[in-house]
Ligand binder design. Structure first.
Ligand code: FAD
Length: 504
């Protein structure tokens, strides 16, 4: 890109979830008439097609691109999600939920969970889920959107995300983006031309000879990283030594009459199985380590653990967990699977796309061309966020008591990143949890998974002793009664969907 000219032509290579999310956001927010957006995709190559569970910030993205929530859910067969249930991760027969939203309410600027830890030690409180509205709604199978007649806040309103059909979501975003000026080109990219002087991408050539030139290229080509890796040789940081699962097998099955308002992750002998309820079917898959189980055994395990009749043949997928060494290199930004692969255990990949798009918009290189300082900032923030999510996911594997298979013995004893070790040490002493920098998962998420996987810390913050125990006891009792009352007054998840957004 010539540093003196403003950026005019954006070329997105790839039309999966990442490509169409980028197209939808750019076409909505770059409505200055000066940005031409072209998206190239190949029906013949197709998309990964899995990726059906999300986390709450997706609401912000959907609002930003102008989606009507009920219409979006109808068109994507969507359901609501208030958390993830983890079964058999800590030990066989054990389960816990990582709910969205907060646990209880802080008192006198002292964290709620410290009071709860104190009462727990005194045997005066039930489990912490009793203080989280999402956990309660999940247990009761209830759902309701925030109501104007209730005070706002996590104890009165559910924090939620969605499950949806990823293929239908990409199609929906395409229908939204094309009328806003995004030009779609169908075809396979067979060549990428770099400019002599600075190695920036100049154009891509499609089978048949069509050349598409651009100023900024967004690589959404999936695992192959057509531009970022194959053309620019950016490099990849492999995290398999911490997250050894490298394959998955996926199969949809018939849906349940009453979809649960949460995702379920069940640990298996060499990985874990997901269960994602949509309106028309349930998405299932087994994410596993090929060093610990064969493909046939993994597929057989998955098929033996479905709720209903399979609707298709099991589909194999391969990946290497890790991150591209740069998310932005020269005049190319990678989004989605082209930028790296994060284990789907906490449903974070679509969020990482959203985050990348938002950061690109906030550092959009127009006016003065590409600024190396801005590229460096993009890469610094991006890498930090990936690492923080990575640590959170490693926690689910590492903090296990399971020793019934080679896979779990490996996970329980493997060395872990120092950043995660620090979090574990802080928890084990006095239950201390801190959110660093731009970390995605907040304190309540860490508390849920640390309690679920590691268990209670040895002590609690002595500040919790500054309030009389009777007062703490009374306040906590009121909080959990309130949470239960609100949850019980909600309709069932199924009834809510039926009245708000039934698929056509
Ligand atoms: P793809 O879907 O692979 O799309 C790539 C696009 O590039 C396609 O349109 C293809 O046609 C095009 N393309 C490729 N090469 C060429 C070429 N030469 N010429 C032209 N076009 C080309 N994410 C979540 O948020 N939640 C989840 O629950 C979740 N679960 C997952 C489970 C598994 C097992 C896996 C593997 C992923 C999961 N993900 C999940 C991640 C999610 O699927 C992806 O982040 C998301 O689908 C984005 O994919 P993509 O658009 O980057 O790539």
């Amino acid at each position: 890109m010539n540093p003196q000219t403003s950026l005019r032509r954006v070329v997105i290579v790839g039309g999966g979830t990442a490509g169409w999310m980028a197209a939808a956001a750019l076409s909505r927010l770059r409505r200055n008439g000066q940005t031409e957006i072209t998206l190239i995709e190949s029906d013949e190559i197709g998309t990964v097609g899995v990726g059906e569970a999300t986390i709450p910030p997706i609401q912000t993205f959907n609002a930003l691109i102008g989606l009507d929530e009920a219409d979006f859910l109808r068109r994507t067969q969507g359901t609501f999600k208030v958390g993830i249930e983890f079964r058999d991760f800590t030990r066989l027969g054990h389960s816990y939920i990582h709910p969205f939203g907060e646990f209880g309410a802080d008192m006198e600027a002292i964290k709620f969970h410290q009071f709860w830890l104190k009462l727990q030690k005194l045997g005066r409180t039930p489990g912490i889920d009793a203080y989280n509205l999402c956990a309660m709604a999940a247990a009761l199978g209830r759902f309701e959107k925030p109501r104007s007649d209730r005070p706002p806040g996590p104890l009165s309103s559910l924090t939620y995300a969605y499950h949806f059909d990823a293929g239908l979501y990409a199609r929906y975003l395409r229908d939204l983006s094309e009328p806003r000026g995004v030009v779609r080109r169908e075809g396979r990219v067979v060549d990428v031309s770099l400019r002599g002087e600075d190695g920036h991408i100049e154009s891509v050539t499609l089978e048949g000879g069509l050349k598409v030139e651009g100023d900024l290229f967004i690589d959404c080509s999936g695992f192959r990283g057509l531009l970022m890796e194959q053309a620019l040789g950016t490099g990849y940081e492999d995290w398999t030594h911490w997250l050894p699962c490298d394959r998955a097998v996926a199969v949809p099955c018939e849906g349940a009459a009453a979809p649960t308002p949460y995702t379920r992750a069940t640990a298996r002998i060499a990985g874990w199985q997901w269960r994602i309820p949509l309106q028309h079917r349930i998405g299932n898959g087994y994410v596993y380590s090929s060093a610990h189980i064969s493909d046939d055994e993994a597929a057989a395990t998955l098929l033996a653990n479905l709720d209903g009749k399979p609707l298709a043949d099991p589909r194999p997928l391969r990946f290497t967990t890790g991150v591209r060494k740069k998310a932005w290199n020269r005049n190319c930004v990678a989004l989605g699977l082209a930028s790296g692969f994060m284990e789907p255990l906490e449903s974070t990949s679509i969020h990482l796309i959203q985050n990348g798009v938002a950061r690109l918009l906030s550092l959009f290189p127009d006016g003065g061309g590409v600024d190396p300082v801005e590229i460096e900032e993009y890469n610094r923030v991006s890498y930090g966020q990936w690492c923080a999510i990575r640590d959170f996911i490693i926690l689910h594997y590492h903090a296990t008591q399971r020793d019934d298979s080679e896979f779990w013995r490996h996970c329980g004893t493997m060395p872990i990143p120092d950043s995660l070790q620090r979090k574990l040490d802080l928890w084990r002493g006095k239950g201390r949890v801190f959110r660093y920098d731009d970390e995605l998962f907040g304190e309540s998420s860490w508390i849920a998974v640390l309690l679920g996987q590691v268990g209670l810390p040895q002590g609690y913050d002595p500040l919790a002793d500054t309030l009389p125990v009777e007062e703490v006891d009374y306040n906590l009792q009121r909080m959990r009664q309130y949470v239960r009352r609100v949850a019980e007054a909600m309709p069932t998840h199924e009834a809510f969907i039926r009245s708000y957004c039934p698929a056509q």
